[in-house]
Design a protein around this ligand. Sequence first.
Ligand SMILES: [Zn+2]
Length: 289
Amino acid sequence: MSAKKFTILIIPEGSHRVRRLSIKRGVLQTVLGTLVVCGLGVLLLVADYVRTNLDSNELQRLQAENRSQQKDLWVLSASLEDLRKEMVVLSQNDAKVRVMAQLSKPRTDSLAGVGGPPEEDIPTEFTALQQQIDEIRQAIDLRRESQEEIQGFLNDQRSLLAAKPKGWPVKGWLTSNFGMRNSPFTGRLKMHEGLDIAARTGTPVYASADGIVSQSETAPGYGKLVVIDHGYGYKTYYAHNSKIFVKVGQRVKRGDQVAAVGNTGSSTGSHLHYEVRRNGVPLNPHKYI
Ligand SMILES: [Zn+2]
């Protein structure tokens, strides 16, 4: 473009006059340049508008997502709170059982008190939820420990119950009580350390509790003697038998026949001499019938 001036012809249709516009080169350049700059400006504006619009959509989407997650967290937190309350009830029941079993108080856990915080205080922050989960886990561990201890206690009780002598070891009639009496042999006052139960020779003699036979022999005074060790310090003695049906080391259950009534040893007639001892001390068998 080396010309200094340009002429633009505007030719209308029909018989109207042709118009001509003379423009200097500099003016044309300025006009063209302005047009280009304006066009670019419009383009930038449009681009910015589109981007802002996109950003705003994304923001709305994220906000909606955030609200939904917040709601999920709240639901989760509420469920945790329910769990915590249930654990509190379990803890209280556990404490009651321990009182009944006369066990020591359980170690205190962090789930003290019932109810917990009012609903608006339910924490929804991640760390708070984590802490709540930790507390519940700790409480569960404590309950498990306690339950095991109670279980052990109940097992012990059951064993003790099975080990404690109970009932009559023979069907017969009581002829001599536990306590001081005049010896039928010497006439002198002597401690009678058991019960004498008269019965026909051959009448079955039964173990009065579960245990292990610790003696099965003829012993001075006692005659044919069976001793059963029941554990927990308890032993029972069955003396003057005519026959013995168990061996040392044999395990017996309450009600098992261990011997037959007789008149062996220092005895003045067919009867069973029955003793209950705890840690070697003779007890009144009447209290164990
Ligand atoms: Zn006796």
